[in-house]
Design a binder for this molecule. Sequence first.
Ligand SMILES: [Ca+2]
Ligand SMILES: [Ca+2]
Ligand SMILES: [Ca+2]
Length: 103
Amino acid sequence: MVLGVEGTQSWRDDDALDQALRRFYRVGTRPLTAPADSDNDGMDDVWELRRGLNPLNPADALEDPDGDGYSNLEEYLARTDPHAFNPAPQIAIHSPRDGGVLP
Ligand SMILES: [Ca+2]
Ligand SMILES: [Ca+2]
Ligand SMILES: [Ca+2]
């Protein structure tokens, strides 16, 4: 069963024909500018499906599978990969006098 298509990519549930693993889906279309967020966790369904998250479980918004200190919701908002460690941004303050980096 095809769950969705974006460009040349599609998402399928290959178990949909297995009676024991049968799931239920609501079928519809939405504009790309207003993606569905079925569990209201702030991350759209397609983004969650593409990254192995659960679009029906809001608890995964607070998880941090790559251990970088950024939650899945923060990674979604920053458009980073929630499964790839992202180092914290480095901030340097430069002196207005000589341009040197202040401690
Ligand atoms: Ca969601
Ligand atoms: Ca979710
Ligand atoms: Ca993370």
